[in-house]
Write a protein that binds this ligand. Structure first.
Ligand SMILES: C[S@@+](CC[C@H](N)C(=O)[O-])C[C@H]1O[C@@H](n2cnc3c(N)ncnc32)[C@H](O)[C@@H]1O
Length: 244
């Protein structure tokens, strides 16, 4: 059970030239343009294969993309070579960012919450607040999986070849295992269940919300700025990469 197969199968996350990926870019581009008024340095956190990094580079931002998965970073670098992009792609962990405090004007965190348990997301939010400049913006897009689950339980077709054959929610309703099936094979992925209220409560510890918008039935786009940074931990990590 892993995300590898899921990302391999669903081109919306693994092929920046696919229609599904382009649709995600087209949906978010106007919102990003509106809420990123000044050009500056961007961390595309959990960047995957880098589509949003390239979009922001094309719009004039200086972008670093970071992802935990070596294969995602490898693909992002291949796309970067193909596009003659200058985006720097770093393999790393969102829970322990290899950047100094106050390094970025924007941190983008798109469609990635399902990977993380509450304790992990807490660490990540703290790290985002640490690396953002005072007044910098944290841009979060996520799907409310709690709202979406009843829809998924109807055995929807998801993508061209796969349909959902089973949805197994744990008794605490913290995680869900979704089984995807095609004519050829079956695989399962465990997702962490995040609802909007829980995300907002956690974010409140570190950020002030300045914008919240529903972008389709179950997906949200939120903008935050770090609260006063004085009370936050700002420990430099030993494996820091300098960001000029
Ligand atoms: C659904 S993909 C989204 C990728 C990208 N933001 C996008 O919208 O195309 C989620 C990404 O989170 C990455 N990820 C999971 N755990 C991570 C961690 N601890 N640190 C950084 N990235 C992580 C995965 O490797 C995956 O590329």
């Amino acid at each position: 059970m892993s995300f590898e197969k899921y990302y391999e199968v669903f081109k919306a996350y693994s092929d920046i030239y696919s229609e599904e990926y382009k649709k995600r870019l087209e949906t978010l581009e106007p919102l990003l343009l509106k809420h990123m008024p000044e050009r500056g340095k961007v961390l595309d956190l959990a960047c995957g294969v880098g589509g949003f990094s390239f979009l922001l580079e094309d719009l004039g931002f200086e972008v670093v993309g970071l992802d935990y998965s070596p294969s995602m970073i490898r693909k992002a670098r291949e796309f970067a070579r193909d596009k003659r992009s200058k985006v720097e792609f770093v393999e790393g962990d969102a829970k322990n960012l290899p950047f100094r405090e106050n390094s970025f004007d924007y941190v983008l965190f798109i469609d990635s919450l399902v990977h993380f348990e509450p304790k992990e997301l807490n660490q990540i939010f703290r790290e985002i607040a640490r690396v953002l400049k005072p007044g910098g913006r944290f841009i979060l897009q996520f799907t409310d999986l709690r709202e979406l689950l009843p829809v998924l339980m109807n055995g929807q077709v998801v993508g061209a070849e796969y349909w959902i054959s089973r949805v197994l929610i744990d008794k605490d309703e913290k995680t869900v295992v979704i089984e995807f099936q095609s004519e050829e094979d079956t695989f399962r992925v465990r997702f962490n269940i995040w609802g909007k209220t829980a995300v907002e409560l956690l974010a409140k510890l570190y950020f002030k919300e300045i914008h919240s918008e529903k972008i389709n039935e179950h997906s949200y786009f939120q903008i935050y700025i770090p609260k006063s940074k004085s009370g936050l931990e700002a420990k430099p990590s030993h494996n820091e990469l300098p960001v000029e």
